[in-house]
Design a protein around this ligand. Structure first.
Ligand code: FAD
Length: 539
């Protein structure tokens, strides 16, 4: 089975005719990682996602693949070590979307760590995370810190630390992992909701599901089921009986996007807030994004939204650190907001809750996994699949996890990312293509850009936009305009200022390729327009 939207009905039918070894509920990074892990171990795997792939938390994070410097403060050494190691593996296997990013940590009198504390903290971090020599910390004097970032407030600046985090695109990472799972034999489908669990002799044997595009209900059968539904984990666990003592503690985090020229940082900055937290300001192409918050959350899980208080909190923090910029709500060009599926710990505030993952198993054998980080998804997947093995008492044969050696879709760059980009820039010059278009496409699609080119070629000429849309439909399961503009090409978050120039072209090609009527196209455009407006409406 492929992720080709044009074959969706056949895919649905074929899934109903199988009994999988493993059925995964949830198509965020956790579910995608589990499908990839299990398929490479030789299991037959099905995965259902009720929205678009990655539309839950996995497109709403700070988009860092990081060693978790802040978890050192909470003495979570094992977590820092694991995510640090994972960062290295991901950089090797997905070099197109896991990119080293220089990060400046200004040290201020009122800040949480002094100069010595920062230096020792970064040293321990390097040790635990196995940071390569060329990316080791550099401690800076106040003058060098200001040179590195002239926009910093220098009132009580004591110096700075330069180190490296790795930047990613969470929604793209999720779809790349999903495509890798599919290439390894997994059947993955979006817009299919798990309604109930099915049982045979008291053991879970599948799910009752609904196709949310056509409305049809049907059953999917499997020997084992994993609930990887992030913030929705307890909703599904609740269907199996009492949640017991362990439950989720959802916390909300938001990010603001401003035009790069409003906050033209020379590198990413990780800085203290007045309430003892730390937030990131990360430049990316023509924007800078800033976040995040961490507040208890009890509302709707699918669209958590951004409140005026959220915006004020971030703007206050950013204006305190970069006072000359005077950022106001009018400068906010886009936003996103996500829910962390953390595990509740009595008496702890949102920022104190551990980011460790945990597995819960119901009496009927449903394995649920929650907590964790985007960065640690590969190890989470390994643990979840190992647990399934245990639950099945060895009745299925599995090989060991080998995903540390598995190239992720788009990561085929034997000469490295820089050489790959250079190759396409030179080719762009020769062929008369816009260099920045190719730059963007390589950064988003990695080595799959060759497939985009193939799909966009008509009469010997390449139309890159058509290539991008056809690729999204044929290889990435895109069924509507919002999926394309939000999660596949990230334009709603990272390029909202110029969307109006491109929207019609994207919509025209999508409508033609998917055979939409005029009415359907209008409906799609209106639905995207709602999302377009919602990112700057604050409750
Ligand atoms: P999700 O991505 O939410 O996926 C669960 C999916 O299950 C959803 O897509 C949902 O639609 C689906 N689902 C639910 N119910 C059903 C059903 N009945 N049937 C079918 N499908 C269903 N981590 C990092 O490593 N680095 C960071 O920089 C970072 N920053 C963060 C910043 C913020 C503000 C937040 C909120 C999180 C951040 N994280 C970060 C954490 C990381 O984003 C999450 O741990 C991760 O994305 C969770 O992925 P998931 O797959 O478990 O959940």
């Amino acid at each position: 089975m492929t992720l080709d939207t044009r074959n969706r009905s056949e895919s649905l039918r074929s899934m109903q005719n199988k009994t999988y070894n493993l059925l995964v509920i949830g198509g965020g990074i956790t579910g995608a990682g589990i499908a990839m892990d299990a398929a490479t171990r030789g299991l037959s795997v099905g995965l259902v996602e009720m929205q678009d792939f990655g539309a839950g938390t996995s497109s709403r994070s700070t988009k860092l693949i990081h060693g978790g410097l802040r978890y050192l403060k909470q003495l979570e050494f094992a977590l820092v070590r694991e995510v640090g190691q994972e960062r290295k593996i991901l950089f090797k296997n997905a070099p197109h979307i896991v990119i080293p990013e220089k990060m400046l940590l200004p040290i201020t009198k009122k800040g949480s760590l002094g100069k010595l504390g920062t230096s020792v903290g970064l040293y321990v971090y390097e040790l635990l995370a196995g940071v390569p020599r060329e990316e080791r910390r550099k401690m800076l004097s106040p003058i060098s810190t200001l040179k590195a970032e002239p926009l910093l407030n220098n009132d009580d600046l004591q110096g700075g630390g330069l180190y490296y985090e790795y930047r990613t695109d969470d929604a793209r990472l999720t779809i790349e992992v999903m495509k890798t799972a599919v290439a390894q034999g997994a059947d993955c489908l979006n817009y299919v909701k798990a309604l109930e669990f099915l049982h045979t002799d008291g053991k879970v044997s599948g799910i009752k599901a609904q196709d949310l595009l056509e409305g049809e209900e049907f059953e999917l059968t499997a020997k084992a089921v994993i609930n990887a539904t992030g913030p929705w984990v307890d909703t599904l666990r609740g269907k199996e009986g009492n949640l017991g003592k362990k439950r989720l503690h959802p916390t909300k985090g938001i990010h603001l996007v401003v035009p790069y020229l409003r906050l033209p940082l020379r590198q990413a900055v990780y800085f203290d807030t007045s309430d003892g937290r730390m937030i990131f300001a990360i430049p990316r192409d023509n924007i800078t994004y800033i976040g995040t918050t961490d507040t208890n959350y009890k509302g709707a899980l699918d669209q958590p939204g951004v409140t005026q208080a959220d915006v004020a909190y971030i703007l206050d923090a950013v204006n305190a650190m970069f006072p000359s910029r005077n950022l106001t709500v009018e400068h906010v060009e886009s936003t996103w907001s996500g829910i962390r599926p953390l595990i509740h710990e009595e008496g702890k505030s949102p920022s104190e809750l551990s980011r460790k993952d945990e597995i819960f198993v119901s009496d009927s054998g449903v394995v649920s996994i929650a907590g964790g980080k985007l960065t640690g998804f590969r190890k989470m997947a390994e643990r979840a699949v190992d647990r399934v093995y245990k639950e099945l008492n060895g009745t299925l044969s599995f090989t060991k996890c080998t995903t540390d050696q598995l190239q992720i879709s788009g990561g085929n760059m034997p000469e490295g990312r820089s050489a790959y980009i250079k190759f396409w820039r030179e080719r762009a010059k020769k062929e008369g293509w816009e260099e920045f278009t190719l730059d963007r496409l390589v950064r988003y699609y990695g080595s799959n850009v060759t497939r985009l080119m193939e799909l966009g070629t008509e009469n010997g000429k390449v139309n890159w936009l058509k290539g991008e849309v056809r690729y999204a439909i044929q290889e990435e399961g895109v069924t509507n305009l919002s999926d394309l503009m939000i999660r596949r090409n990230g334009r709603l978050y990272f390029d909202r200022g110029t969307i109006s120039l491109r929207l019609e072209s994207y919509s025209t090609v999508l409508a033609r390729e998917l055979g939409w009527t005029d009415e359907e196209r209008k409906r799609q455009e209106a639905s995207f327009q709602e999302e377009y407006e919602a990112v700057v409406q604050f409750g």
